[in-house]
Design a binder for this molecule. Structure first.
Ligand code: ADP
Ligand code: ADP
Length: 231
């Protein structure tokens, strides 16, 4: 099935009497278990597109179907509920709670949706083990390396079994060795059946995906298999 379908997606920001067309008619189809990188220079519209795909914002015009449900006209509360259930976010800056352990950080999305405590802990431990942090569950972020912090964030993204993992510059704060380790983890998650959308301005990182979509001036400029997928 198709997880993401967009039809003529536009986003226009209005500031006073100025208008910025950040997206100008984007058509996308992303199937279950695809591994896609969205590339483009600064200002091309990547973040805007990621915010729409991630149900953080609504389009000015056009349609977006997430798992075959039209989510283009929902209000903020409806979007928030869908976002919590369907999207696992991974950010450049990790966005972890500094005072909370790995386990607690990973439990948070489950607290938000009312999962009972015993099940929360079991599922948080399961995904922390999956990302290789079984021995770091009681550590706080400042007791972890950058790569370990990003693994906690990835575990948090996985814990609700989302239909999309949406990663925005996930290696932007990591050294090159650690970046490769994190990209290997995404490979592993892809092999386990996850659908991954990676937003990056770095061609080397985009090449880890199997399909590369380039955005220029708010439009899709190219869409092709990565050289890795071509073999
Ligand atoms: P990228 O992520 O590729 O750098 P963005 O989606 O952030 O691109 O930005 C696309 C365009 O939209 C840019 O011209 C940017 O200045 C503009 N833009 C982004 N967010 C806003 C906003 N909240 N208000 C006004 N203009 C914005
Ligand atoms: P990685 O290769 O995963 O980035 P590092 O080589 O940076 O890991 O760190 C090695 C070990 O040092 C890790 O097991 C981690 O727990 C520990 N460590 C790293 N940074 C810190 C820190 N700021 N405080 C405490 N322990 C740390």
């Amino acid at each position: 099935g198709e997880v993401i379908v967009t039809d003529n997606l536009w986003k226009t920001y209005v500031m006073g009497d100025q208008q910025v067309h950040a997206l100008r008619g984007v058509d996308l189809r992303i199937r279950r278990n695809e591994y896609v990188a969205i590339m483009g220079p600064s200002g091309s519209g990547k973040s805007t597109l990621m915010n729409l795909i991630g149900c953080l914002d609504s389009p000015s015009y056009g349609r977006y179907w997430l798992n075959e449900h039209d989510v283009s006209q929902l209000d903020d509360d409806q979007l928030a509920r869908i976002r919590n259930k369907e999207i696992g976010f991974v950010f450049q800056t990790f966005n972890l709670l500094a005072r909370a352990t790995s386990l607690h950080n990973v439990e948070l999305p489950l607290i938000y949706n009312g999962t009972p405590a015993a099940e929360r802990i079991e599922r948080a431990k399961e995904v922390l083990t999956q990302v290789g942090l079984e021995s770091r569950m009681d550590h706080k972020p400042n007791e972890l390396s950058g790569g370990q912090r990003q693994r906690v964030a990835i575990a948090r993204a996985l814990v609700n079994r989302p239909s999309i993992i949406l990663a925005d510059e996930p290696t932007g704060n990591l050294d090159s060795k650690t970046s490769v380790e994190i990209m290997a983890l995404f490979d592993d998650l892809h092999a386990k059946g996850n659908t991954i959308v990676l937003v990056t301005h770095e061609p080397d990182i985009a090449e880890f995906a199997h399909r590369v979509i380039s955005i220029r001036d708010g439009s899709v400029a190219s869409d092709h298999p990565s050289s890795r997928a071509r073999g």
